[in-house]
Design a protein around this ligand. Sequence first.
Ligand SMILES: Nc1nc2c(ncn2[C@@H]2O[C@H](COP(=O)(O)OP(=O)(O)OP(=O)(O)O)[C@@H](O)[C@H]2O)c(=O)[nH]1
Ligand SMILES: [Mg+2]
Length: 315
Amino acid sequence: MGKIRTSEAPVNIMVMGSTGAGKTSFINLASGSELRTSSGLESCTEQIQLASPFTLDGHSVTLVDTPGFDDTTKSDSEILTIITDYVLSEYDKGNRFTGVIYLHRITDNRLGGAALRNFRFFCQLCGNDALPNSALVTNMWNSISLEIAEARESELKQKDIFFKPALDAGAKLLRHDGTVESAHAILRQLITNPPCTLLLQREIIEERKHISETAAGVALLGELALAEQKFREQMRELLKEIDEAIKQNDEADRLELEENRRRLEAQHARREEAERTIKEAPMYKRPTIWRKLRDIISSILCIPGRRGLTQTSIV
Ligand SMILES: Nc1nc2c(ncn2[C@@H]2O[C@H](COP(=O)(O)OP(=O)(O)OP(=O)(O)O)[C@@H](O)[C@H]2O)c(=O)[nH]1
Ligand SMILES: [Mg+2]
């Protein structure tokens, strides 16, 4: 790609959302990049990746692709850690985000499970001060009838458990019709924003909080605690049923129940691991002058970047 000529300050926009929401497709469409998109149910983007910078209205725009919470490959703690590492290192390099996009498929008939966790995380990452720099973008409008899509959009807009609080705080609600023009029109709503500091950056760097004490960390630990409570209740029931099957000499039933028990215990072990990942994460250390110098030299010499970051194109 040729050298970008721009008259304005560079613009960094992060794109978030559930697995399969269309984050990478949106980024490729807008920037002309060729990042890998998914075709199955498993998450495809597992690390932060940067698209090729491109020019829009005189701004050099870099779109940042993020992995979402998805229940398949990585735990929510790992995703939280990956995104946290990235936004903190950007802050330390003096880069601020001009915008954050939350992408949501209008074809989803409810914002539940992983989608709700992703949306809450997006709000906790931004915080009320940065939400005016954000856009909640619904896509896949041509995959269902306009009537149904509009009914869903109005529900998302009006309900406190969905988009309403973020919209009240200044987030924009926009539609993406799958065309380049639509992707650029969405970005035009964000590129003139004054760059912002995200709540997560402020909490960890300015207020010196541990990740487990941030709004996002507290919410994640709360969810894990709730799941553990449910696990204990389910295990109590299951153990009673196993005892009963043994008393009744029902070997088939016992084997099936034992299988359920192993599944629950495996989920419990993953949650324990996720909790450790957050609670035992080291306090964030701001880079020393030597580390900053090393990063600058590495970027001049094009030495591959930090853990978790793939720069797909350097202009
Ligand atoms: N109809 C329609 N399909 C889309 C659109 N955007 C993406 N898709 C399809 O949705 C699927 C997932 O798209 P991706 O861009 O890989 O989604 P993602 O959010 O990056 O997913 P992860 O990387 O797994 O988190 C792919 O099959 C795309 O072709 C859209 O605007 N309309
Ligand atoms: Mg992706």
